[in-house]
Design a protein around this ligand. Sequence first.
Ligand SMILES: Nc1ncnc2c1ncn2[C@@H]1O[C@H](COP(=O)(O)OP(=O)(O)OP(=O)(O)O)[C@@H](O)[C@H]1O
Length: 261
Amino acid sequence: MPAAAPPATPRARTVVARATALSKVYGHGETRVTALDSVSVEFHRAEFTAIMGPSGSGKSTLMHCMAGLDTVSSGSARIGDTELASLGDRQLTRLRRDKVGFVFQAFNLLPTLTALENITLPMDIAGRRPDPEWLGQIVTTLGLSGRLGHRPNQLSGGQQQRVAVARALTAKPEIIFADEPTGNLDSRSGAELLGFLAESVRALEQTVVMVTHDPVAASYADRVLFLADGRIVDELHRPTADAVLDRMRSLPGAHAPDPRS
Ligand SMILES: Nc1ncnc2c1ncn2[C@@H]1O[C@H](COP(=O)(O)OP(=O)(O)OP(=O)(O)O)[C@@H](O)[C@H]1O
């Protein structure tokens, strides 16, 4: 009889960021919108989470509140043990600089700097020196070794986006927030980028939270959170693109696909 596979060793699950009963209300009176309605969620070290949901379901608001880019109306958003609402503007800026990495659709690279200079810029501004071994590992993981002396206009869109990811990883942030990071890429470059993000989670134990509309992009994540009307209504682990698409179709506010198409 074949021996049973040994049980997977449970990994210590360090909570890197946490929302507790987080609500966000915009406007007053008739223009009042509840963008987030008592959301509680944890993000763990070395975990890749995708956030999906119909337009207006609160994805960006959740990311902005968790990243300290927007304030909460009630409840709490924490990074590590730090309650973001307890911080003043300067402390928040410092926390974002030291603990949070961002990857947006627009790469936001400086055209006059080389790829390497763009990667190390946030640390230069903070007066910190990148750990050369770590930087080397990131550059190798992202396949940028031969491109470090190039300026952004000498790089493809995919390579520019990888430089943006390297920039986010270099400061060893507690957590990286990515907003539609593949939105401007062709499907091959997008797949490459998502592969690298997933690799940074596996090989570098990075924590990544990504907002996306794309079920294929979400399938690179370890879990997918589904938002509808400001609430987390579903969660999928080890998702496939088809499973994500299925759940998306059943969400409140989702447009049911036309059976004739
Ligand atoms: N600054 C703001 N002022 C007023 N209402 C806002 C503001 N930002 C977002 N909202 C509203 O909050 C709700 C959630 O918006 P949010 O941008 O988080 O949704 P989303 O899921 O990211 O949408 P999309 O997929 O279209 O980007 C929406 O109804 C939106 O109109």
